[in-house]
Design a protein around this ligand. Structure first.
Ligand code: E4P
Length: 217
């Protein structure tokens, strides 16, 4: 399973890329707004200059023609950009048309296996089931990821599954066990994935013991 960062924060992306384990980024209008960014194109192009992999940027208009035209211009920002289109009837039409033109779509706000099936049939490059938001309303978000993996496996769909709306490290383990192609994680979760108290105390002890002996020698 690959790891994408789910953020529009440039410093977090730089740090994740330095660790060598981030192979893409997903943004959304909320994440961009949180950073106080006014120029979406500028920030997406900056992210593309840092990460060598897919960077998702979302359309922020409604209606087939508006979405199509905005998606086409977003796709021109950088060759690595995937355009996020919501899993709606209009979104399906837009996705089919963009896919026919070779534009990569990340079908977002996916909350059912049927939406994921249609995303694949429409030719989306990625589909993003929102695990945490389903958990929030008492449904099993990871069960959705498993269902999508089963269906895609059955028919050999090439659409990649991004486990999204990840809230904690256990979500990452479960996404990997479910066979998700990608988990897109907030930076805080990425830090939680590598940190372990026994590693910290064990490392401190090894270093202290080593320094004590080397001082004696
Ligand atoms: C994914 O592409 C979305 O940007 C994101 O995972 C949504 O997460 P949230 O439910 O925590 O807002």
């Amino acid at each position: 399973m690959r790891i994408f960062l789910d953020t529009a924060n440039i410093e977090q992306i730089r740090q994740g890329v330095k660790w060598g384990i981030v192979s893409g980024v997903t943004t959304n209008p909320t994440l961009v707004a949180q950073e106080g960014v006014k120029d979406y194109q500028f920030v997406v192009q900056e992210i593309c200059s840092i990460v060598d992999g897919p960077v998702s940027a979302e359309v922020v208009v409604e209606g087939v023609e508006n979405m199509l035209s905005q998606a086409r211009s977003i796709a021109e920002w950088h060759p690595n950009v995937a355009v996020k289109i919501p899993a709606t009837p209009d979104g399906l039409e837009v996705t089919s048309k963009l896919a026919r033109d070779g534009i990569k779509v990340n079908m977002t706000l996916c909350f059912s296996a049927n939406q994921a099936l249609l995303a694949a049939l429409a030719g989306a490059a990625f589909v993003s089931p929102f695990v945490g938001r389903l958990d929030d309303i008492g449904q099993d978000g990871m069960a959705l990821v498993k269902s999508i993996m089963d269906i895609y496996g059955e028919y050999g769909f090439e659409t990649e599954v991004i486990a999204a709306s990840i809230r904690h490290p256990l979500h990452c383990v479960a996404a990997a066990q479910a066979g998700a192609d990608i988990a897109t994680v907030p930076f805080k979760v990425l830090e939680q994935m590598i940190k372990h108290p026994l590693t910290e105390t064990g490392n401190a002890r090894f270093l202290a013991d080593w320094h004590r002996v080397s001082r004696q020698g």
